[in-house]
Design a binder for this molecule. Structure first.
Ligand SMILES: [Zn+2]
Length: 181
């Protein structure tokens, strides 16, 4: 079953509901209003309802952590920003083959932030080891930076299925919703 994008009452992105049953309950319990549906119909003894693709909460959910979602240098976020290329040698890497490198090593007080983590191939990561790029004589191709809004969307949608991407992007476009505006 397809997942549901949940928007806060102010139409800011809240989360992706993985379980179709939970997203349906948000609607049935009148906690959220659907603004986009999938063609799939969920049937029970008393009910036939289209699976919601995007819902908007009726009340504002307090999300202190909203901003942190893309501030943490997860592998996915870092690789998307760095175009799946090792930032030292330029080799193409995949989620499976690549690694994250802390430019200023964690063991020496480096921060675990988007501005201190880059995508690196295993060979470069091993070669650099517990040193700074200067000490290792290795140059960075790009200075690590936070994600742009577009990269955040790509980060969010990277793993989604075609029907999810179609429903979500279509809905956001039609409604003129800018996530993280
Ligand atoms: Zn490399």
């Amino acid at each position: 079953m397809s997942r549901c994008m949940v928007l806060n009452a102010d139409y800011q992105y809240l989360n992706i509901e993985e379980d179709w049953f939970d997203s349906l309950m948000l609607v049935l319990q009148e906690k959220a209003d659907p603004i986009e549906h999938y063609p799939q119909v969920v049937r029970s003894q008393h009910l036939a309802i289209n699976l919601p693709a995007v819902v908007v909460m009726r009340y504002r959910v307090n999300v202190k952590r909203r901003g942190r979602l893309f501030q943490l240098p997860t592998k996915k976020a870092v690789f998307i920003r760095d175009g799946f290329e090792c930032q030292y040698c330029g080799t193409r890497i995949s989620m499976g083959s690549g690694t994250r490198d802390h430019v200023h090593p964690l063991s020496r007080g480096g921060a675990n932030t988007m501005t201190n983590v880059v995508a690196a191939c295993k060979a470069c990561n091993l070669r650099k080891a517990d040193r700074t790029p200067d000490e290792a004589g290795m140059a960075l191709r790009n200075k690590p930076r936070p994600l742009t809004d577009e990269e955040k969307v790509r980060c969010l949608l990277k793993t989604c299925r075609a029907d999810e991407r179609r429903a979500w992007l279509g809905c956001l476009r039609r409604m003129g919703i800018a996530l993280w505006a």
